[in-house]
Design a protein around this ligand. Sequence first.
Ligand SMILES: O=C(O)CCC(=O)C(=O)O
Ligand SMILES: [Fe+2]
Length: 346
Amino acid sequence: MAMEKLVSSWSNEKITLPESYIIPPETRPGDQSFPVTSSIPVIDLHENINQHDTIVHNIIKASQDYGIFQVINHGVCEELMDETMKVMKELHEMSPIDKARECCKDPLKRCRLYTSSNNFSNEKIHYWRDAFLHPCHPLEEHIQFWPQNPIQYREIVGKFSVEVRKLGLKILEVLSEGLGLKSGYFSGELIESPILLSNHYPACPDPSLTLGLPKHCDPSLITILLQGNVLGLQLPNHHGNWVYVEPISHAFVINIGYILQVISNGKLKGAEHRVINSRVDRTTISLFINPSNDTIIKPETTLIHGSNPPLPLYKPFCYEDFRTHHLSNTADHHANKLAQFMDKLK
Ligand SMILES: O=C(O)CCC(=O)C(=O)O
Ligand SMILES: [Fe+2]
């Protein structure tokens, strides 16, 4: 990708918004000031304070009702969270030339720096974000292709990826218990390819006209998000009105993705969300717990039997095919091709 296309490469000098970043009126955020919701559960994972059964109950209930919740006392070191955020901000603030050098070391191109939707040249409208992603497990296989600048990148982001992945697996274990699946259900190829992604939304001259990301549901089992302290992440409330997810210091936002929605045969709900831009920079870091490409995704048999009527809501599909549809969906959010793909499966 040409580095000059990154929003961060040109947005400082621009005073007016380029036409191609203006979202059509139907989905444009507009001038309204959105409320910050207080309904999304904040779950304390500290086992000495909360009974294990309470944690299982709260996580399952939040995943059924909202598909999203926040966790505190999650065991990831707060200092490491701050350092990782600092390193990521430094990375996005580097010059385009330095970013090109540091972010493109992987000959297989699994480390990727891109802007908008990853399909920039085919989009009608662009989103106001830059993104950097790479695989993060097993660490020794991938870390050699990560940036060497900022100087601490590999060390800090490596530690962070390991800890956050562990947290993700712990939450999946709680979910499997709550769904009545056997211990260790979420293992092997289902969780084999976690991706670390950092989104950077540079300060925007008019956040009422742009979007950082359109409405979508993550193509993961779950996503663990560190959203920093700037408002941006939104989801529809029970009335269908957009509300902000509250930034809570050192909490992680946990999203249920489409893949878990399918495996649970609709018992858990993938959370739809979008990102609003801000007049100040916003950087976020997500870890997506993803299956490997050739994994066949389908509703778990025991969960089909537990449904009423006991029918699968989704047909089996290959994760790689799903990813392809997901990417084209984000590129052209009017066509909503992913929704079509999911409908076809029913
Ligand atoms: O940056 C955020 O707040 C959320 C990002 C997101 O939804 C995504 O990358 O899928
Ligand atoms: Fe997302």
